[in-house]
Design a protein around this ligand. Structure first.
Ligand code: GTP
Ligand code: IMP
Ligand code: MG
Length: 396
């Protein structure tokens, strides 16, 4: 078996966490390969768990998979300890199932201070940029150093000791573990953070994050090879959202933005920042699919747009920029009816992006999604008929 890469198409917050957790039901491990606590992956589980926001622990642990934090990630020890403590209630034996790469770089207090002092482009203030900066300058501290205490600033020594005590046994060699799993025929879900438009090389520089968020990072951040990638699933919502600096070309009018923000709960789970909202940018989506050589799209949040009379698709390459299509009903979402406007929208997205929409997500819950083709079925995504009664009605 191979790696299934779950990557974001635009500015992130597109539901990768939900998709990665769902696919992890049929995988041995779920691995983060870039980014750090700037990510916020929100999962909605049946009661009593409810909503969980993960910043560093891979989403697939909630589905019983091992969680790997790869060497391409940056780790803030205090936040990781807190997250593990919080999750332990729901995920039995979490520390036995977690692997933190000894190569991952550590976000120091000084990185947090520098990030909070501001970089000019806006950030999540989690210290991620300064940490990757020091990594490139070769002056960073790695998880292996945190465990031995080598180079740890005096004021962080008690934290380093706590980290070693609680998570020391969970730290190790990500590359060797991933290789062994793949060689044994196991499936690994590579869970991206952010999205292609925030990629430091391919995105809207300088309004980007400080890591690669596209397919190459799966290889460098985990130590996998190109032949290990079995499928690349690019995740996009049916509209786009953005936080932080830079332009959102497809931004919708204020009253519609407010409506969609409320319905889609477009407030970042990790930072509390309100997200700006725009029509789905299919011009960029096509680029994201090409950069990642996507095999499939997962289209999330179609429930949020349900009930609108008209729905837009934005493309920079068009002279009139926005193409308006008929909106779909809550009924179509709830019954996974693709014979009307919803089906027409999905087809138009496929055509514009040059990639099949293999997965449709209709709500934040883990069971609110359906497969549209055989590749998605092979990943374990259920057919529409398996949807429980009442699914797909979020936002109504
Ligand atoms: P980053 O790595 O931070 O970019 O995040 P992400 O791509 O994992 O997405 P995140 O969890 O931050 O944001 C997606 C939000 O939408 C979460 O609150 C999810 O619970 C929710 N969500 C996911 N899929 C759907 C869907 O199909 N419909 C609705 N209404 N909400 C969804
Ligand atoms: P940083 O990654 O915290 O340095 O932030 C750089 C830019 O990326 C800012 O515009 C952030 O808003 C954006 N960003 C980083 N992580 C996320 C995320 O997970 N979701 C959405 N935007 C993000
Ligand atoms: Mg998020």
């Amino acid at each position: 078996m191979t790696v299934i890469a779950v990557l974001g198409a635009h500015w992130g917050d597109e539901g990768k966490g939900k998709v990665a957790a769902g696919l992890s039901t049929h995988a041995a491990a779920c691995a983060r390969f870039q980014g750090g606590p700037n990510a916020g992956h929100t999962l909605v589980l049946p009661p009593p768990e409810g909503e969980i926001c993960l910043r560093m622990v891979p989403s697939g642990v909630i589905s019983g998979a091992r969680g790997i934090i790869g060497g391409g990630c940056v780790v803030e020890p205090r936040m990781l300890l807190d997250e593990v403590a919080r999750l332990r209630r729901w995920v039995p034996g979490l520390t036995d199932r977690l692997l933190v790469s000894e190569r991952a770089h550590v976000i120091l207090d000084s990185h947090l201070e520098r990030d909070r002092a501001g970089s000019g482009v806006g950030s999540t203030r989690m210290g991620v940029g300064p940490t990757y900066g020091d990594k490139a300058l070769r002056s960073g501290l790695r998880v292996a150093d945190l465990l031995t205490g080598r180079g740890v600033p005096d004021e962080m020594r008690p934290l380093a000791e706590e980290f070693a005590e609680v998570l020391g046994a969970s730290c190790g060699d990500d590359h060797a573990t991933v290789r062994d799993l793949l060689d044994r025929g196991e499936r690994v879900i590579a869970e991206g953070a952010q999205g292609a438009r925030l990629d430091i090389d391919h995105g809207d520089y300088p309004n980007v994050t400080s890591s690669n968020t596209t397919i190459g990072a799966v290889l460098t951040g985990l130590g996998a090879g190109p032949g290990d990638i079995g499928a690349t699933l690019v995740t996009t919502a049916a509209y786009v959202t953005k936080v932080g600096g830079g332009r959102l070309p497809s931004r919708v009018p204020t009253d519609l933005e407010e409506l969609l923000r409320t319905r889609g709960r477009e407030v970042d789970g990790a930072t509390g920042l309100l997200r700006d909202v725009g029509w789905l940018d299919v011009g960029w989506l096509r680029t994201a699919c090409r950069i990642n050589q996507a095999d499939a799209l997962a289209l999330t949040k179609v429930d949020v747009l349900a009930g609108l009379e008209r729905v837009g698709l934005y493309d920079d390459a068009r002279t009139d920029r926005v193409e308006m299509l008929d909106g779909w009903s809550h009924e179509e979402v709830a019954t996974s009816d693709e014979s009307g406007p919803l089906g027409a929208f999905l087809e138009r997205v496929e055509e514009a992006a040059g990639c099949p929409v293999s997965v449709v997500s209709t709500g934040p819950g883990q069971d609110e999604w359906w497969a549209r083709d055989d590749q998605a079925r092979a990943w374990g995504v259920p057919d529409a008929a398996a949807l429980p009664v009442g699914a797909g009605t979020a936002g109504s």
